[in-house]
Design a protein around this ligand. Structure first.
Ligand code: NAD
Ligand code: MG
Length: 407
């Protein structure tokens, strides 16, 4: 059988999420080329059961133990093995039948399986940017084991494809595009009282809740700057960000001769997912093709770094290196969750992250355990910062600015 006709075994971690479900649409589009061997989810029992019955993987993993027990009952007699607890992510990442592992988990829970997949020599299609931010140095080290990493994040996918056949020494800089999110053009004062509902209304992309809030604060772009640093090995001063509200240009590479290369398409994550799963081939379009005129007018503007402080926090943590980016990421996860729960205001997110970074005493980064320890500290410190802003310890008003303390 020729390489092009062979079906590739695929494990999807986080199959019930926004990226996971879109990846399964790509599988449906290319059933002769992709064969699902493992699926995992956090707690969404009904959807994982439905996916298991439809795609017939060899195993499914459910992080929630109770949900896993129920799923095992429901799938009895199907021959599909059900694995429980967070180790199911490692099992799926190392699955012998998987040539490609798509990591579409949200949050730094994705780091251990990212490392496991690369150490097992898999091709890792990486959507889970938090694993790069928390453990980029370890991920680069793990790449030495024969595995391969193809970015799924649309910006990094675009850069990856613009760099095909190019020498890194000819790259002057990478320019990541950002839609600007739902609050583009607003001043800091106008951000004081924005609501969860407004933050979740993204103008161009439909995504999971966490990344949608990250897009509203621009921390998503901050995480992506760090992700790009580790993926492409460029110093931070050569990774730039530009606002491009249409989300048609997915990112650009500027070469030393002053020319730019870019990747364009209508904004739809099935394209970067399909490109990562098909690499180095190109397959039929995962959604309809578009005429150039349909791409419309393309505009650019600078980021308002005054109003959106999270981007500078990310550059700051990236510049310091070591465990700082793991701390930044963990504090952001805590702060976003608190915002979604209505415990802190929108601008409280960057305050919580800033307070956590300020108090961090750097320690050496040698192993995954060092990262997990730093994250635990950061979660605890960020939790305290949330409680101060939410007035839960009777300290409402203390250390707040920008309307913090809203319940
Ligand atoms: P989502 O919230 O829609 O889905 C997350 C998936 O991970 C779900 O299947 C959930 O069951 C699982 N999950 C959640 N917490 C988990 C845990 N602790 N352990 C194991 N599994 C867990 O998220 P999403 O929008 O699909 O994003 C997934 C990742 O891809 C994120 O890192 C995000 O930044 C990145 N990403 C997403 C998009 C997008 O368009 N959605 C674009 C670029 C990058
Ligand atoms: Mg992105």
């Amino acid at each position: 059988m020729s390489e092009a006709n062979r079906s590739r075994g695929l494990a999807i971690l986080g199959s019930t999420g926004s990226i996971g479900t879109q990846a399964l649409k790509v599988v449906c589009r290319h059933p002769e080329r992709l064969r699902v061997v493992a699926l995992t989810a956090h707690r969404n029992l009904a959807l994982l059961e439905e996916q298991a019955r439809r795609f017939r993987p060899e195993m499914v993993g459910m992080v929630g133990e109770e949900e896993a027990a129920e799923l095992r009952r429901r799938l009895a007699g199907t021959g599909i093995r059900v694995s429980a607890g967070k180790d199911c992510l490692l099992e799926a990442a190392r699955h012998p039948g998987a040539e490609t592992v798509l990591n579409a988990v949200v949050g730094s829970a994705g780091l251990p399986p990212t490392l496991a997949a690369l150490q097992a020599g898999k091709r890792l299609a990486l959507a889970n940017k938090e694993s790069m931010v928390a453990g980029g140095e370890l991920v680069r080290e793990a790449l030495g084991h024969g595995g391969e990493l193809i970015p799924v994040d649309s910006e990094h996918g675009a850069v990856f494809h613009c760099l095909r056949g190019e020498e890194m020494e000819n790259v002057a800089c990478i320019v990541l595009t950002a839609s600007g999110g739902p609050f583009r053009g607003r001043s800091r004062e106008e951000l004081v009282s924005v609501t969860v509902e407004e933050a979740l209304a993204h103008p161009t992309w439909s995504m999971g809740r966490k990344i949608t809030v990250d897009s509203a604060t621009l921390m998503n772009k901050g995480l992506e700057v760090i992700e790009a640093h580790f993926l492409f090995g460029l110093p931070y001063e050569r990774i730039k960000v530009i606002i491009h509200p249409q989300s048609v240009i997915h990112s650009l590479v500027e070469f030393v001769d002053g020319s730019f290369a870019a990747q364009l398409s209508l904004p739809d994550m099935r394209l970067p997912i399909c490109l990562a799963l098909s690499y180095p081939e190109r397959w039929g379009p995962p959604f309809r093709r578009s005429a150039v005129a349909e791409l419309g007018s393309l505009t650019f503007e600078e980021v308002d770094r005054e109003a959106f402080g999270c981007l500078d926090l990310a550059y700051r943590a990236g510049g310091k290196g070591g465990l700082h980016t793991a701390v930044l990421n963990a504090a952001n996860e805590v702060a976003v969750e608190a915002f979604l729960e209505g415990r802190i205001a929108f601008l409280g997110i960057e305050e919580v992250i800033g307070a956590t970074l300020d108090d961090f005493r750097p320690a050496p980064l040698r192993s995954l355990e060092d990262i997990l320890r730093a994250e635990e500290w950061a979660r605890s410190r960020a939790g305290e910062a949330v409680r101060e802003r939410a007035g839960e310890k009777g300290t409402a008003g203390k250390r707040q600015t920008g309307g913090g303390g809203r319940r």
